[in-house]
Design a protein around this ligand. Structure first.
Ligand code: PA5
Length: 426
């Protein structure tokens, strides 16, 4: 379902030299014997999630869809980005579907939260608070404020029916609070880390509330799970992509620029950056993941890519067919000089932009380009894509000899902040 094209890299990748290592790592992933192996629950999750679990999620999503104008999704990092990426990718950026989905708890900005609170006036809203640890400060502060607001508005009893908590099954402050308040609870399995959790209730509940077909999303993930099992690089597109990334990294490329031609995929770029950045950036190793939307960013970053420091390679997601076509009309007077495109679809123009940019960057500027080709990005295609990146990331991080599933570095800012805030024990 995803083709990884390597003919625009400007070099031949020596796949044979990776054969043994990839086979060993594949075995290590399957056997769950590598570092961080207790966080490999995502690997077989699409094929093991029960129909009844999906129905349960769907049942509560229907209640929210029927009764609410707005769903507030309160979470950060892996407890936020997958849902946002999926909802925007499928529903677009200006969806008028009900309920409106608003993300909160992903910053300390009072201006942002104020704006959301103003927007809630006169509207019926529910909250999905998502936190595996149950103690993430950004999420907890926003939730405390919004929970109070909801309770003031509809009373404690009704509020407790409109709050849905997604957290660990056995531990954490959010679990304790949810039990006490009687919220509907969804579980994030303990062997799945935040950035690998989009196929659990962390992603699925908000995605279902947005009216997206979660069974199709899981069907796509299941297909990826099945087709990306092979230890053979030539038969496993995720491993082929992981090897290309590793080979370029070892040639001293420092940055991977993830590119799409779709504004609705900006948050897929954010999800991608978290997945790879948090999984690989350890022990002073790893590619720095960044993202861009073309052709928008060809008018900003394009100059740097063409002529700037030779530090990056591009990974371009090329979607062959858009979900909707728009054709360019003919004008009686050709004042804007566009009649040479009259009758052509915008997707045709976009395709030529892609080809022209590829030639400019890969051939003229010698910036290696990996092309990830996908036919169409609907629910199924998206499920496949998420899983593809997760499998790539596990292989790629193990090729770097780092644990793909921890994130020790993010604790340092928290410790400093807690000390400054006067939290007990810091
Ligand atoms: O990928 C991760 O593990 C992190 O990004 C977490 O998802 C993020 O820090 C939020 O953590 P929690 O779900 O515990 O609130």
């Amino acid at each position: 379902m995803i083709k990884v094209l390597d003919e625009h890299l400007g070099r031949k990748i020596d796949y044979a030299s990776y054969k043994k290592q990839v086979e060993e790592i594949n075995k290590m992933i399957d056997d769950k014997s590598g570092p961080g192996n207790d966080y490999l629950g995502w690997l077989n999750y699409p094929s093991s999630i029960k129909e009844s679990e999906l129905d349960e999620i769907q049942k509560y999503a229907e209640i929210v869809r029927k009764n609410c104008d707005i769903l507030l999704v309160c979470g950060i990092g892996g407890s936020y980005l997958g849902a946002r990426a999926a909802i925007e990718a499928i529903n677009g950026l200006h969806s008028d579907k009900k309920p409106e989905i608003i993300f909160v708890g992903q910053s300390f900005s009072s201006d942002y939260l104020y704006e959301v609170i103003e927007h809630l006036k006169g509207k019926k809203f529910a909250i999905n608070v998502i936190s595996k640890s149950g103690t993430t400060t950004e999420t907890s502060i926003a939730f405390r404020i919004l929970k109070n607001l909801l309770e003031e508005k509809v009373g404690k009893k009704e509020a407790s029916k409109a709050i849905f908590a997604t957290t660990d099954k056995e531990k954490g402050a959010l679990l304790k609070l949810s039990k006490q308040e009687g919220y509907v609870r969804f579980v994030l399995p303990s062997d799945i880390g935040g950035r690998y959790s989009v196929f659990s209730a962390v992603g699925l509940f908000p995605i279902a509330c947005a009216g997206i077909n979660i069974k199709e999303l899981i069907a796509g993930a299941k297909e990826a799970e099945k087709s990306l099992k092979s230890p053979e690089i030539s038969a496993n597109s995720a491993y082929k992509y992981a090897v290309i990334r590793d080979a370029l990294y070892r040639e001293k490329y420092a940055d991977e620029l993830f590119v799409t031609y779709e504004p609705r995929l900006v948050s897929i770029g954010e999800w991608f950056k978290q997945l790879f950045g948090e999984s690989e950036g350890k022990e002073h190793k790893g590619l720095f993941p960044c993202s861009a939307t073309f052709s928008t960013d060809l008018h900003s970053l394009g100059q740097f890519i063409q002529d700037g420091s030779r530090v990056l390679f591009e990974t371009v997601l090329n979607i062959k067919h858009p979900n909707h076509e728009i054709s360019i009309p003919k004008a009686d007077e050709d004042l804007d000089e566009l009649n040479y495109l009259a009758g052509k679809n915008m997707s045709f123009v976009s395709e030529q932009a892609f080809k022209g940019t590829l030639e400019a960057h890969a051939e003229t500027a010698k910036v290696p380009n990996v092309i990830l080709e996908i036919d169409k990005l609907d629910e199924k295609g998206l499920g496949y894509l998420f899983y593809f990146f997760m499998k790539t990331c596990a292989m790629s991080a193990y090729l770097l000899k780092v644990n793909p599933f921890n994130q020790p570095g993010v604790e340092i800012y928290k410790k400093n902040m807690f000390h400054l805030l006067g939290k007990k024990g810091y």
